[in-house]
Design a binder for this molecule. Structure first.
Ligand code: ADP
Ligand code: ASP
Ligand code: MG
Length: 814
């Protein structure tokens, strides 16, 4: 005998039922074939709602019953030829009338008992199984329908009745031994107590019905046909990259299902496991997919077989010095919970015995609090222990696998992955069998947690990085282009999948959970919402995606101000905006500390020298124990342009204007010419070398006369350049006379920094600096004789974008 169970989606409409019947028809049957079916998907929920409404004397139940009726009658009309319809329609209507009468009665009384609710719920399976049986007959199969309330016997615990094994086995064997039909269709989920009242086996219980029959008849196989291609490495609705697990042991399947893998109802496994009957999970809608075979001794490609999560968890903590060394406290705690029939899902106890923590379902939380506080009322009164602490809005995530015991470092990997993504772990449990490592976390983090754990254990090949990009002008636009060009290389060679989740400019913003493709982002942004930084930040945080990176390509102070909140949420920040790192030392330090504390990266290589490895080189020196003595640098692309072109015969004003026209300066060239920008850069290098310095501590030997700086606007500034033309000519003349060239140099030495124009001799490394190149000389304890030199193009959208790109890649490695 084989037992096949079809779930709610598998019988969810006429097409699906037809598919089920084809699977049954083509099945290589050996002996009897038992077909157990669930209610049409969503029906049980509707029945419960209808029962509850009638119990509150609310006539909304009538609409729900009409919807249930319409769905079943429509299915008959689609599934059966007209000639066969009327008999079926009247049978189904008769059943539905019984249901209506039942609800009407409850409506009159205004009270819904658990007993009546079970009766109401039974109609879902009764109807669907009837349709399947009739359809099989229509295909010419020798099929019969059997009411499972005559087979499965339970106690009176309505809603979650316990099966009377002995009676049930007796009834099942008695019936099947004499059943003449080859195909026997049975409604799942429902059963009866000794008084013949209808009971139910718990939500999702149709799987259990099938298992009970398979075990009683010692079937050679139990198949659970559902809407996914097997038990997956994680819930596919939460982890889209989850993959089916081809082979899994009973123990693992049991563990995963207890920890939330809804694909199989947890009690299902025990009865078939006891008889070593293999369970095969198959997909009704992709019957050729292998699915999952549950039996012992399967192959195990990974140390962890699957991960899952249980939502709506509350933690109860009993704590107090009165517990230390005194036996019996735990027993009394568990007894109190047992008396209320509260199921304990997780237990941890500190070795000091000072506290014990258990995880339960949130719905039991108030009952638990009352029961435990009453059990320990004397101790609480005597202040030996504290009243029970209850925390809610939690969930459990668990990694499961028989093989875990043979590997070391798995819990490190799991908690490391959570930690790197700023997911706080509230409690931990690992059984000594090492089949399961569980962590209790906040419910808001469940999706992210499952995804990062999944990535850590099953996706060694690829790591997903989610980017939120503010500023898509010159630099930002180039960055997106470069990311697009490199996407195949990143994926195939480095296993990194970069997704652009959001882009924003100062006017608009757009988000896409699946990522914005390169050809779409511009249009999407044009049609996006109007930009609001607070909303942008709130949405980024609430999406709570793993490996999130905020990329700031703006020069905005407001944008710089929100880094803090991102870092606090473990979201990395990559920025070419200098404002944050050149603001007060306290705020710079705070950002660095937050990044360290919350395991996020805060990277700003492009703040100095665009894409040149200026800051990273410095970081490597400092981290490896070197000490910076002096930094000398030419750091301004705009000033280089100006002084490289300000040669004999040139007019200073025209040179500055040309620099502005070619995009080498800020819209107000004074920001560059005043040396302010260079001050910020040397400040950042000084800070990264370890100096606690403020911008005001830097000396600025400005070459601009005060009138130029003080001009009311840019036009006035240019006028003043003309007025002071001689001053500039003189500067040039003096340098020329000595055979030197003018460079705007930044210097840091012994805790002091300065910027200013300097005439450099031909033997100086700065002398030959051309175009928009930058140069930095690091003289350190190790590089004492000759400085370490970093030199190359230090401005331009392309190189800046590539520097940001490199920082994004660093966040992945960190
Ligand atoms: P049925 O109605 O066929 O009994 P269920 O809805 O009870 O189906 O269970 C199947 C669903 O379980 C899948 O659609 C999937 O969304 C969910 N699920 C949760 N965890 C897992 C997992 N680890 N593997 C497969 N499915 C899972
Ligand atoms: N129909 C029931 C439920 O929705 C049982 C099942 O589908 O397994 O819970
Ligand atoms: Mg199910």
């Amino acid at each position: 005998m084989q037992v096949l169970k079809f779930g709610g989606t598998s019988v969810g409409n006429a097409q699906a039922i037809d598919q089920v019947c084809q699977i049954v028809n083509q099945y290589p049957r050996k002996g009897q074939l038992v077909v157990v079916v669930s209610a049409m998907s969503g029906t049980t929920d509707k029945l419960i709602k209808a029962g509850e409404l009638s119990g509150k004397s609310h006539d909304g139940y009538k609409t729900l019953l009409q919807e249930i009726e319409a769905r079943h009658l429509d299915t008959i009309r689609e599934l059966f030829p007209i000639g066969a319809q009327s008999g079926l329609l009247s049978q189904v209507k008769k059943r539905l009338n019984e249901l209506e009468l039942l609800c009407d009665g409850i409506y009159q009384v205004g009270e819904l008992s658990r007993r009546c609710l079970d009766q109401i719920m039974s109609f879902g399976e009764l109807l669907s199984s009837y349709l399947v049986a009739e359809r099989l007959k229509l295909l010419g199969l020798n099929a019969a329908w059997k009411d499972s309330r005559e087979l499965i016997m339970t106690d009176d615990h309505f809603g979650n009745a316990q099966v009377d094994q002995e009676m049930t086995e007796h009834q099942v064997t008695k019936y099947f031994q004499h059943a003449a039909a080859e195909y026997i269709v049975v409604p799942g989920f429902i059963a009866a107590n000794a008084e013949r009242d209808t009971t139910t086996l718990g939500r999702g219980g149709s799987d259990y019905t099938a298992a009970i029959i398979a075990a009683a008849m010692d079937a050679n196989r139990l198949e659970i046909w559902t809407d996914v291609s097997g038990m997956m490495t994680a819930d596919p609705r939460l982890v889209p990259q989850a993959i089916p697990i081809p082979h899994i042991s009973y123990a693992e399947a049991m563990e995963l299902s207890h920890f939330g893998a809804k694909v199989i109802y947890p009690p299902t496994i025990q009865p078939v496991m006891d008889r070593r009957i293999p369970i095969w999970i198959k997909n009704t809608f992709a019957p050729h997919d292998y699915g999952t075979l549950i039996q012992d001794n399967g192959e195990k490609p990974f140390p962890v077989t699957g991960i899952s999560g249980i939502q709506h968890i509350a933690l109860l903590t009993l704590e107090g010095s009165g517990m230390v060394g005194i036996p019996g406290f735990s027993k009394r705690l568990f007894d109190a919970l047992l008396r209320e029939r509260i199921n304990v899902i997780l237990i941890t106890q500190s070795s000091s015995e000072h506290s014990i923590t258990v995880g339960i379902h949130e719905t039991d939380m108030l009952k638990a609090k009352a029961a435990v506080d009453s059990e320990f009322s004397q101790e609480i009164f005597d202040k030996k222990i504290a009243p029970l602490l209850v925390e809610k809005d939690l969930c459990i995530v668990a990694a499961v696998g028989d093989n875990m015991k043979n590997y070391h470092g798995l819990s490190g990997k799991l908690f490391g992955a959570l930690g790197r993504n700023a997911i706080n772990v509230r409690a931990i449990a690992q059984g000594s069998t090492e089949k399961n490592i569980s962590a209790v976390i906040n419910k808001a983090d469940v999706k992210k947690a499952l995804n990062v754990i999944h990535e850590a254990f099953f996706e060694n090949e690829t790591k997903q990085v989610n980017l939120f990009v503010a500023g898509v002008g010159n630099v930002g636009g180039k960055l997106l282009e470069q990311l697009h060009q490199q996407q195949h290389f990143l994926l195939n060679e480095l296993g990194i999948q970069v997704r652009i989740i959001a882009v924003a400019n100062s006017r608009q913003m757009v988000f896409s959970e699946d990522g914005l493709s390169h050809d779409k982002w511009k249009d999407a942004l044009a049609q996006g919402d109007s930009m609001d930084l607070q909303q942008f930040a709130a949405k980024l945080k609430s999406m709570n995606l793993r490996n999130s990176v905020f990329v700031d390509n703006t020069a905005s102070e407001d944008v710089a101000r929100i880094y803090e909140t991102f870092l606090q949420h473990g979201i990395s920040v990559v920025t070419c905006n200098k404002i944050a790192c050149s603001a007060s030392y306290a705020s710079y330090k705070k950002l660095k500390d937050l990044a360290r504390k919350f395991n996020a990266s805060f990277l700003f290589e492009t703040n100095v020298g665009a894409g040149l490895p200026v800051i990273n080189t410095l970081n490597d020196l400092v981290r490896s124990g070197d000490k910076v003595r002096t930094i000398e640098a030419v750091l301004s692309g705009s000033l280089n342009f100006v002084f490289n072109n300000f040669v004999n015969g040139a007019d200073f004003r025209k040179v500055v204007k040309a620099a502005q026209d070619e995009g080498y300066t800020e819209p107000d060239p004074r920001i560059d010419l005043s040396g302010k920008d260079v001050m910020r850069k040397i400040l950042i290098l000084a800070r990264e070398s370890g100096a606690e310095m403020e911008l005001e501590d830097i000396e600025n030997h400005s070459f601009l006369p005060a009138e130029c700086l003080e001009a009311a606007d840019v036009a006035g500034f240019y006028e003043q350049l003309d007025v002071h033309a001689n001053h500039f000519q003189q500067l040039l003349q003096n340098a020329n006379d000595e055979g030197k060239r003018l460079k705007f140099v930044a210097r840091y030495h012994n805790g002091k920094a300065s910027v200013g124009l300097q005439a450099v001799a031909p033997d100086h490394p700065f002398y030959k600096l051309e175009g928009k190149d930058n140069i930095v000389l690091y003289t350190t304890n190790r590089y004492a004789e000759q400085p370490l030199i970093v030199r190359g193009a230090g401005a331009g959208a392309d190189v800046t974008a590539s520097g940001i790109f490199a920082d994004i890649m660093r966040t992945v490695r960190n």
